[in-house]
Design a protein around this ligand. Structure first.
Ligand code: GRF
Length: 291
């Protein structure tokens, strides 16, 4: 039973426990509040009392569960959960399709893993990569886009930085989320604002160390080795207007051994990226669960 809930909601045992605690305490809290409110009305216990009580706890339940979920760090899960329940009750179809634009400047090995991950999902999956955005003519990712027959939006740095020139193209393609997979340009404010909380980046180090302007590719790995760090890794984080600053959603690390080179470290980092990025994108988009 618990295992199947973990699979269904795509959460680990710790998170499942927190979610169940939210359900239990939120449920009890709304029962207590419902009785207290009816007590204020000084109604006699009877059919009317029961009916009012039922209406009250139906209304209070989502509020109480959401309130409890905030200190327990589960607000995203319950926001989506309640949204889905109400949509089903009211017969409203939620916009299920999530269309991703993958932005990349280089070889595109991460882009390919992400495309494959969502192509391989069974037909029920509502997440698809539908656009590749690239700023480098001749970049490997362009061949990958061709291989998977994906349209490409070629952008030029100067125009990209200048306002919201490319925004209509993304919106007209119905893009709901942006994934930065080795994309070297800073995302301009217009795009960050239009896709608030919907842009994810992967950084090849353990942020907050080794982030910021100029910290990309081999520069990051050289800095880690020069500092004598024993660990490096990957950080998957949301994107805001400051370089490598948004909320971290996932990190994993690897050892930095004696005689490590930027190249050998980059290979280790790539293994971590390929292992985790697509899965973490899926969890992030789904708010970690499926009803
Ligand atoms: C990755 O290491 C990514 O973290 C970094 O650039 C590299 C891109 O590799 N920002 P690829 O183009 O996906 O092969």
């Amino acid at each position: 039973m618990l295992k199947s809930l973990q699979t269904k909601w795509k959460v680990g045992p710790g998170r499942l426990l927190l979610i169940l605690v939210c359900f239990a305490t939120g449920g009890s809290l709304c029962g207590i509040l419902g009785r207290k409110i009816l007590g204020l009305l000084e109604l006699e216990k009877g059919v009317v009392w029961v009916m009012l009580y039922l209406v009250l706890i139906t209304l209070l339940w989502p509020v109480c569960v959401l309130a409890i979920s905030i200190p327990l760090g589960q607000i995203n899960f319950f926001r989506n959960y309640i949204h889905k329940i109400f949509s089903r009750m009211t017969g409203n179809k939620i916009q299920e399709k999530k269309l991703l634009a993958v932005f990349a400047s280089g070889a595109g090995s991460n882009a390919e893993k992400i495309i494959q991950h969502f192509n391989d999902k069974n037909k029920q999956s509502e997440i698809r990569v539908t656009l590749v955005v690239c700023n480098k003519p001749g970049a490997g990712v362009l061949q990958i886009a061709e291989k998977y027959e994906l349209p490409v939006l070629q952008i030029q740095k100067e125009i990209f930085y200048n306002g919201d020139h490319f925004l209509p193209a993304l919106q007209e393609s119905g893009i709901t989320h942006i994934i930065l997979a080795g994309f070297l340009l800073k995302i301009p404010a217009a795009l960050v604002n239009a896709y608030k909380g919907k842009i994810l980046n992967i950084h090849p180090a353990l942020l907050p160390k080794y982030g910021g302007p100029g910290m990309y590719g081999a520069f990051v790995h050289k800095a880690v080795i020069a500092a004598g760090d024993k660990k490096s890794g990957i950080t998957i984080h949301e994107v805001d207007e400051i370089y490598d600053n948004g909320k971290t959603i996932f990190q994993d690390s690897c050892d930095v051994v004696a005689h490590e080179t930027a190249e050998t470290l980059a290979n280790k980092i790539h293994v971590l990226e390929h292992k985790h990025f697509a899965q973490q994108i899926e969890k992030w988009i789904e708010g970690c669960y499926e009803l």
